[in-house]
Design a binder for this molecule. Structure first.
Ligand SMILES: *Cc1c(COP(=O)(O)O)cnc(C)c1O
Length: 416
């Protein structure tokens, strides 16, 4: 097992080993067909094996695997990214979302000459040391106590964890109090502009306003982590959808079309601090890998030529309404949070606005629901605190199949 959430630890049972994929479906090693609501945790917005992406990879494949030298494809992909995110003057490619956020934080520290960073509870930005950190007891919701954070993983030094301040998402007052105490020392605030990694949480306008205003006022950089939401919620991601003005943006997942990739970008004066132009070091043997660039380029080209966002929204709306009707009829309290093609059914009454709200969901009931779906060939994310994703390959048949399976699964979870 090479990444923990795949292990089904949150739901129990044995994870399915996947043998192949096509369109909206996976086939496991026992030959069962599964309707895929994970999409490799985000990248597969065009469905599996999209012909344009596969052809682009094959073409690149015939030209060699990696050169460790600049290529035209990197420039063309960066230009595509900039077309969707006009505020990103310069873009740097790396090999994962983790590398993108880790590098953006180093850049923010280098640019501002400050050490502290701020993250939000329940936001996930990959597994760099500075980001595997949980809140100190005194700080949540403006408690006014000590800000000492703690590592959320073994192996992360306490001294490093204390440089990351953690507050609740969607709590502008807590953020304000944090800035009043530490504002002059804060290099950056990193956030998921729509949260996918606590289940889906939707930012409130007041929260977004506070983020922007406080970072501006105190000279801290605002880093939008669009690794999940970039090119999924709109051509210009959540930045476009919500009209955000971040200083730096991180990408991953969709911009590699299913191959390993990450990227970060922003205003020229900031990005020019990165080596070789500036003093902030960051490098990668496989950065800008030709196959990843080819897959990303074909994916973005396809998305730009035939934007799927209205269709994904229509599918999402029908799925959300269909599920809600089933749960209401069964008398099971749920809150469904959805933005475009990211959806979470929280097993508790709504609204679910913060991480604290999300974690009081009935995870036992979720488990029964998850396994009910899986038995009927619907592969939902194996945790209450993840987003389900769907793709352009999900159509009428898939919608009907999902709602049928959900109705059956609900009978199981209601009679638990
Ligand atoms: C997946 C994800 C990451 C980490 O990306 P990896 O490629 O898994 O390292 C970072 N931020 C967000 C918002 C993500 O969803």
């Amino acid at each position: 097992m090479n990444s923990p959430v795949r292990a089904f630890k949150a739901v129990g049972g044995t994870p399915r080993f996947i043998a192949r994929a096509q369109g909206a479906y996976l086939w496991d090693a026992d030959g069962n067909r599964l309707l895929d609501y994970i999409g490799s945790w985000g990248p597969m917005i065009l469905g599996h094996n999209h012909p344009a992406v596969m052809a682009a990879i094959q073409e690149a494949l015939s030209e060699g695997l990696s050169y460790g030298a600049p290529t035209e494809r990197e420039v063309r992909l960066a230009e595509r990214v900039r077309e969707a995110y006009p505020s990103a003057d310069l873009v740097r490619f790396v090999s994962s979302g983790t590398e993108a956020t880790m590098s953006a934080l180093r850049l923010a520290r280098g640019y501002t000459g400050r050490d502290l960073i701020v993250k939000f509870r329940g936001n996930y930005h990959g597994h760099a040391d500075s980001l595997l950190v949980q809140a100190g007891s005194g700080l949540l919701s403006g408690g006014g106590g000590t800000a000492r954070s703690a590592p959320s993983s073994a192996g992360v030094p306490q001294a490093l964890a204390e440089l990351t301040l953690v507050v609740d998402y969607n709590e502008p007052q807590a953020l304000k109090e944090l800035f009043e105490r530490y504002g002059e020392q804060i290099a950056a605030v990193i956030f998921e502009p729509v949260v996918g990694n606590a289940g889906v949480l939707v930012p409130t306008p007041g929260f977004l306003e506070a983020l922007h205003q406080l970072t501006q006022q105190y000279g801290a950089l605002l880093i939008a982590d669009e690794v999940m939401t970039g090119f999924r919620l709109a051509k210009g991601g959540a930045v476009e959808l919500l009209g955000l003005k971040p200083d730096l943006i991180c990408w991953g997942k969709i911009i590699g079309g299913g191959l390993p990739v990450g990227a970060y970008g922003g205003r020229a004066e900031i990005m020019q601090q990165v080596a070789p132009l500036g003093p902030v070091y960051q490098a990668g043997t496989l950065s800008g890998n030709p196959l990843s660039m080819a897959a990303g380029l074909a994916t973005l080209k396809t998305l730009f030529q035939d934007p799927p966002y209205a269709r994904l929204e229509a599918y999402g709306k029908a799925l959300e309404e269909g599920l809600l009707a089933l749960f209401t009829a069964a008398g099971v309290p749920v809150a469904i949070n959805r933005v475009g093609s990211m959806l979470t059914v929280f097993f508790r009454e709504g609204p679910v606005r913060t991480y604290t709200d999300a974690v009081t969901s009935d995870t036992e009931r979720f488990k029964v629901f998850f396994h009910g779906l899986l038995q009927q060939g619907v592969y939902w994310p194996p945790s209450q605190f993840e987003a389900a994703f769907f793709s352009v390959a999900h159509g009428e048949d898939e919608l009907a199949k999902t709602l049928e399976a959900a109705e059956q699964a609900l009978k199981l979870s209601a009679t638990r």
